[in-house]
Design a binder for this molecule. Structure first.
Ligand code: GLY
Ligand code: MN
Ligand code: MN
Length: 430
């Protein structure tokens, strides 16, 4: 594998914690993602569904995991189905997991070929009364494409109409939101690879460079360090492009005097990092750019301190709103009247800072986590305030990934990535 996989005991522990929360005489099923088509015989690169990955570490298409804590045969409490490999597949696609390799990776003793699935599943379904289905309930999900999991659920409901159903997602939202030490180590590796990419850029960015050339430098550094690449579509936005929040074309030339906002980070072993840095294209901030940059940086530092056990995500955002409002007043972007007359449901600061300040991060960049519940130690959040001023031709965001601690301030997994004005200017002018 390109990355160092986590231990089988980590996956075993995830499964047992999941099964401990299942109720009744129930069985849970998790499918791999499809390989998505482009056209003709072209496909997008495979990306594993993060839930089956979290529960067993299998990073292969067409795998199915069944968890059945009350199975009559103890061998059927955890069952993994993988695509049968053969000499033809080995020649054309490369070797797939053997049963022994699948057991070593996942800690699951019972591994069948996928071709046995219908028969084995029929047998297991006669022993249970309820299926736990894995629907996507992430609060930001909006894609209408039918997934492999969706197809499985539809077929299962048709084939087994007398079974009742329950939801796996709330259990996974809660389990995945609190990270194990092994996962934090994997995320630290992703952040360290991101750091290498950013350091490479400090001597590379100058007037005349194209945004896509910066993307190419990062891709090179990420791949060279065992990452599959960007954890999400990179945003490399010079000048006013930074004021288009989801700008991903990255096709403009950077001009002297502009700022460049880069929301770019590596994945490692299917774990995301998520970073934003804003640098001056010419290597020096103007006084105004520097004033706004330092305001955003102050908010980032203060906001980070608020990520402590017991904090509620929505209340955190109200506090960050007050911090950013103070800075916008100081910068002359808002006046006291704007603030005095603001609608609390749409505060004045939103004109210059229109997105959230923190999201869970882990196997997904916008990771699982039930936002109405209090924060806990070992949750990992981004901290990403910004100020966007189209009329002045620039936008600034600064983003790091931090781990909530039981005591004291969060640990910043990106603490080594240059962020202070002097540091950035010094490294850019060497
Ligand atoms: N890169 C996506 C985000 O910052 O949320
Ligand atoms: Mn980001
Ligand atoms: Mn983010």
């Amino acid at each position: 594998m390109r990355y160092q996989p986590l231990s089988a005991s980590f996956y075993r522990s995830n499964r047992s914690r999941f099964m401990a929360q299942m109720n009744g005489n129930s069985l849970a099923v998790f499918n791999s993602n499809d390989i998505y088509p482009i056209s003709a015989d072209s496909t997008l690169p495979f990306a594993q569904h993060r839930d089956i990955f979290y529960l067993c570490g299998v990073d292969q298409e067409e795998s199915i995991l069944v968890l059945f804590p009350n199975a009559i045969d103890p061998q059927h409490r955890e069952v993994l189905f993988v695509r049968e490999t053969n000499a033809h597949i080995a020649v054309w696609e490369g070797a797939k997991l053997s049963k022994a390799q699948a057991t070593a990776l996942t800690g699951i003793e019972t591994v069948y070929w996928l071709s046995d699935f219908d028969r084995v599943f029929q047998e297991l379904s006669t022993q249970c009364d309820r299926f736990y289905f894995n629907t996507n309930e992430h609060h930001r999900q909006a894609v209408e494409t039918q997934t492999r999991e969706d197809r499985f659920i539809a077929k299962c409901k048709q084939d087994y109409p007398a079974h009742s159903v329950a939801k796996s997602n709330p259990i996974l939202q809660q389990l995945r939101s609190v990270k194990a030490a092994e996962e934090i180590a994997q995320m630290q590796t992703a952040c360290n690879i991101t750091e290498k990419g950013i350091r490479r850029l400090l001597g590379f960015i100058e007037p005349g460079v194209w945004e896509y050339e910066i993307e190419a430098e990062l891709a090179h550094e990420f791949l060279k360090n065992r990452s599959k690449g960007f954890a999400y579509t990179p945003i490399i936005a010079s000048g006013n492009n930074a004021n288009v929040l989801h700008y991903t074309e990255n096709n403009c030339q950077c001009k002297a005097g502009e700022l460049i906002l880069m929301d770019v980070a590596a994945e490692y072993g299917n774990y995301s990092s998520d970073l934003t840095r804003t640098f001056p294209v010419s290597g020096r901030f103007t006084d105004r750019q520097r004033a706004v940059y330092e305001a955003v940086l102050r908010v980032k530092k203060e906001a980070t301190k608020l990520l402590t056990p017991g904090t509620i995500w929505k209340e955190f955002h109200v506090e960050v709103g007050a911090l950013i409002t103070r800075e916008l007043l100081e910068l002359g972007l808002l006046d006291k009247l704007d603030v005095a007359q603001q609608d609390p449901n749409s505060p004045a600061y939103k004109k210059y800072f229109m997105h959230g300040t923190a999201h869970h991060i882990g196997l997904d960049t916008h990771d699982y986590g039930l936002l109405h519940l209090p924060m806990e130690a070992n949750m990992v959040f981004t901290v990403e305030p910004g100020i966007y001023i189209p009329e002045e031709g620039f936008g600034i965001r600064i983003e790091d990934d931090v781990v909530v601690q039981q005591e004291g301030e969060p640990v910043n997994l990106m603490a080594n990535i240059p962020i202070e004005v002097e540091e950035i200017e010094d490294l850019m002018n060497r």
